[in-house]
Design a protein around this ligand. Structure first.
Ligand code: SF4
Length: 371
């Protein structure tokens, strides 16, 4: 007897469902699918979605963890570039699903592959590529840009391993072209003592990125003009204000925050670093944290014996990640029950191959540094 194909369930029917019903249906579908599905929840995801996640973490950790499972279906409650990374790192037999295709990342969208290739060509025309230039991209970028780095001796980095990778590349190359987050690039470059006048900012809307030929020849680091709209909301005056309001508070921020904030903070580091720092801090310690609000709120709930608050008083939420509503997760997993893979994210083979090279380089270089 042939397989009976079921019609794809309509998303509209889910958007009107009450939250409790949706939560119960997601759990019922998870139970029925068992180990065939793994649901990933990024640290910045909303509570009503994270409660259904099998695994939580940052984008790279989640992609690696999912690839190590035998699940046929990886439902990524994150944003588009994360689902692409899960597809690159996952097994051929695994299907990656993003419950809302509109869940993009404003930072990743600030650098398109056409703009990056055009910028590289301009550097070639003025002779900058006659010196050794490495393209390095943050994990928060499209698969096509990761592949560009893979093809051109470059690498992918995360906010956890940017420092060891800069260390290697600064020794082996004359300069680096860093995409798409200017702040992570600048903050990491500053840790190696690169002066700001040796960091050129590349504006993709302008010829030579808005620089002179001389500036680009002189630069040690060329920074793409991208930023995270969430971390960009933290300003130096927030640091001053929280210090005046909470004596003894320590300011802990993500390196996607602007340089002016990072340099007056007490500590800066990746999402994992932020979590570990608060976990290991003594009871009674006070923390003002400059990162996404859902993560900060969960830290606050986990550690009632410590003062944990958001650095800025206004809502610093990743609006695109918020698009993954539980109703959309329910729609994705119930379609899987019918054998329908909806919103599948597939990176085409050549891009996958070269992006995989850039990611493998990252893994082996950081492993070598540890040994
Ligand atoms: S928090 Fe910023 S960098 Fe992270 S997914 Fe949202 S917009 Fe992108």
């Amino acid at each position: 007897m042939g397989v009976v194909l079921q019609e794809i369930r309509a998303i509209e029917n889910y958007m009107v469902l009450p939250d409790e019903e949706v939560a119960a249906r997601i759990e019922a579908a998870r139970l029925e699918l068992g180990s065939r599905v793994v649901i990933l929840g990024h640290h910045y995801q909303r509570d009503d979605v994270i409660r259904h996640a099998d695994l939580t973490g940052d984008s790279y950790q989640l992609s690696v963890m999912a690839s190590q499972t035998e699940a046929e279906y990886i439902v990524f409650c994150g944003v588009h570039f994360m689902a692409e990374s899960a597809d690159i790192l996952g097994k051929d037999s695994q299907h990656v699903i993003l419950p809302d295709l509109g869940a993009g990342c404003s930072m990743a969208d600030m650098a398109t592959i056409d703009q990056v290739e055009d910028a590289w060509e301009q550097l070639r025309e003025i002779g900058v590529l006659e010196s050794k230039v490495a393209p390095i991209t943050y994990m928060n970028s499209s698969a096509a840009i990761k592949a560009f780095c893979g093809r051109n001796e470059g690498v992918v980095c995360t906010s956890s391993n940017a420092i060891p990778l800069f260390d290697i590349y600064l020794k082996e190359f004359d300069k680096m072209f860093f995409f798409p987050d200017q702040h992570l690039g600048r903050n990491t470059g500053a840790k190696f003592g690169i002066p700001l006048d040796k960091m050129a900012l590349w504006n993709p809307q302008e010829e030579l990125g808005g620089n002179t030929e001389e500036q680009l020849h002189e630069a040690k680091l060329i920074l793409w003009r991208g930023h995270c709209s969430v971390h960009g909301r933290f300003k130096p005056w927030h640091v001053d204000k929280v210090r005046s309001e909470i004596p003894g508070v320590q300011v802990l921020v993500h390196p996607e925050c602007m340089r002016e904030v990072v340099e007056i903070s007490d500590l800066d580091g990746s999402t994992s670093f932020i979590i570990k720092t608060v976990e290991n801090a003594p009871a009674g310690s006070k923390w003002a944290i400059g990162t996404e609000v859902n993560l900060v709120n969960r830290l606050q709930q986990r550690f009632p014996d410590k003062v944990v608050r958001l650095l800025a008083p206004d809502l610093c939420m990743c609006a695109t990640m918020y698009r993954i509503a539980p109703q959309k997760l329910a729609w994705a997993v119930e379609n899987l029950l019918d054998g329908n893979v909806v919103n599948e994210i597939v990176v085409e083979n050549e891009t996958k191959h070269f992006a995989g090279i850039a990611l493998e380089r990252m893994i082996s270089m950081t492993e070598n540094q540890k040994n």
